[in-house]
Design a protein around this ligand. Structure first.
Ligand SMILES: [Zn+2]
Length: 282
């Protein structure tokens, strides 16, 4: 999954629900007890709240923030890196960012260096249905890439790890403006699961949903099974001939993996369907 587009710099965000800005929200709350015009009473406070939409909106905003804080406390360790204690051997606990580095390192150890041409900016969450990488254009001549995980992954550690592993594979040889193939999508899921297994992390197979993604993975896993013991070496050699996974032709794939039947090769180099055709993907 990948995307392309001009970056839209975010406008200043409003900070309170029902409030124009934080200062207004704060002053309204302070005025309740500090204006001196009327002694504070619970009944009076309730009356003012019910009569003042802005105050009610502010309180709703505070309630929302409190709920968000509560959710943050239950958030996975991948969102907030903690300094390790003196008795531990680490410096910080894992975060999404440090995991991304470990995932890329693992992939490179198996199939060679990632293409360094793109500036890796980081990870964000998206309200879109699918995780993705996308290529913001700042007009400065640099090519940049951002990893997007779904907002559901924000509080779901296993889902976040699987999505991160899948999207991280697309960082090995990103190809903006090019539709991926079953080969690249299959490799992305295959290597994501391999990373989780290698690091003894929870198996992410339950998150491999969507019939096209499952098919892509199964086709790739079958090709890997047919070349057990030489899969990584052959894949690395293929990358030297064709760096882009989604530009690999049937001839190139068949030559690199000679035990794969023609039908398997043909399915793998086919273009991956548009995401709208795979509605069951989270
Ligand atoms: Zn993908």
């Amino acid at each position: 999954m990948d995307g392309f587009g001009k970056v839209a710099l975010p406008a200043e965000r409003e900070t309170g629900l029902g409030c124009a800005n934080k200062r207004e929200c704060t002053s309204q709350l302070c005025d309740l007890s500090a204006d001196g015009a009327e002694p504070f009473t619970l009944e009076g406070w309730k009356r003012d709240v019910s009569r003042t939409p802005i105050i009610a909106g502010c309180l709703a905003g505070l309630a929302f923030l409190a709920l968000l804080a509560l959710m943050q406390r239950k958030a996975p360790d991948l969102l907030v890196s903690q300094p390790c204690t003196p008795t531990q051997t680490c410096q910080h606990t894992w975060s999404l960012t440090s995991r991304l580095g470990d995932i890329i390192t693992y992939y490179e150890s198996r199939i060679g260096q990632r293409a360094p041409a793109l500036r890796l900016l980081g990870i964000e969450f998206t309200a879109a249905r699918h995780p993705a990488i996308w290529f913001p254009d700042y007009g400065d001549g640099h090519k940049s890439v951002i990893v997007q995980l779904t907002k559901q992954a924000r509080f779901h550690r296993e889902l976040a790890l699987f999505q991160l592993g899948h999207e991280a594979f697309h960082l090995i040889a990103p190809t903006p403006n090019l539709r991926t193939t079953y080969w690249e999508e299959g490799l992305a899921s295959y290597f994501a699961l391999a990373y989780l297994a290698q690091r003894n992390l929870p198996d992410g197979r339950s998150h491999l949903t969507g019939k096209n993604y499952q098919l892509a993975h199964d086709l790739t896993a079958e090709l890997a099974r047919l070349h057990r013991g030489s899969f990584d070496r052959r894949l690395k050699a293929l990358r030297h001939r064709q760096p882009s996974f989604s530009r690999v032709t049937a001839d190139q794939l068949g030559t690199a993996f000679p035990k794969a039947p023609a039908n398997l090769i043909r399915q793998l180099v086919a273009k991956f369907p548009a995401l709208s055709a795979d509605r069951s993907k989270p």
